[in-house]
Design a protein around this ligand. Structure first.
Ligand SMILES: [Zn+2]
Length: 250
């Protein structure tokens, strides 16, 4: 194949359409991911509250996607224990109670104390830079008052940090707990309080970089303690409306 300067990408695309058969799959996966993030952000942003029914036909209409895509996104949210799916009743947002919230945070303290220690063995400068980029994304969303996506990205930071370790078992447990924690924070956080503080995430990365394992473990525990200490138990919310929650899409 002769590739002339300046026309390389066009020539390659024209002669090697290798990815075409997978294009629909890729686009469908992207749609799933987008819908998952949109619904999760709306829940974490209080545009959707526990009790509201997530109707497949309405979501398909709002996001102009097939009901299959909606179903896949809802199944993933169900797997993450954000929504509950019952036969003939459809999907509803889960309302974790306070004792469940405390149980999850207790489990996270145990798991993440160990994970941060194991992650430090593999925390290269470039891995830590990637973590900082993750926290910058979280900070940017919070500054734009996109509370839902800020909260989701703060959860991503904990997962990304854990993934530096090689402990796939504990990473698996943490991945189960993080979305539920985000839901709990969204439901019970004190107004105007950023519970999973991005500044604490930056500080944690600095301590990890210093190599002081005990200090990093203490800081992680303190960070999770701070979240629990600020839970507000009297913060009831009412169910919303799917079209109002996603008004920016249509
Ligand atoms: Zn955090």
């Amino acid at each position: 194949m002769v590739v002339k300067s300046g026309s390389k990408s066009k020539s390659v695309e024209a002669q090697e359409p290798l990815f075409v058969p997978n294009a629909n799959d890729a686009s469908s996966a992207t749609q799933d991911e987008r819908l998952y993030n949109e619904i999760l952000d709306a829940i974490l942003d209080h545009r959707l509250s526990p009790g509201i029914k997530l109707k497949e036909d309405e979501l398909a209409d709002i996001f102009s996607v097939s009901r299959t895509v909606v179903r896949r996104a809802l199944l993933r949210l169900c797997h993450d224990r954000i929504v509950d799916i019952q036969p003939n009743r459809g999907a509803t947002i889960i309302q974790p109670d306070v004792s469940k919230a405390r149980e999850i945070l207790r489990a996270r303290r145990l798991i993440e104390r160990e994970l941060v220690k194991e992650a430090m063995q593999f925390a290269t400068p470039s891995a830590l830079d990637n973590l900082r980029v993750c926290v910058e994304g979280e900070r940017d969303q919070v500054r734009k008052h996109h509370v839902g996506s800020g909260l989701r990205l703060s959860g991503d930071f904990h997962v990304q940090l854990a993934q530096l370790s090689q402990n796939t078992t504990l990473i698996g447990y943490l991945k189960e707990l993080v979305p539920q924690t985000s839901l709990i924070i969204a439901m019970y956080q004190t107004p105007h309080h950023t519970l999973c503080s991005h500044q604490e995430h930056f500080d944690l990365i600095d301590v990890i970089q210093s190599g002081d394992v005990e200090a990093a473990q203490s800081m992680m525990e303190q960070h999770l303690d701070n979240i629990e200490a600020k839970l507000d138990l009297g913060n009831e919310r009412t169910a919303g409306d799917l079209y109002a929650a996603f008004a920016h899409v249509k």
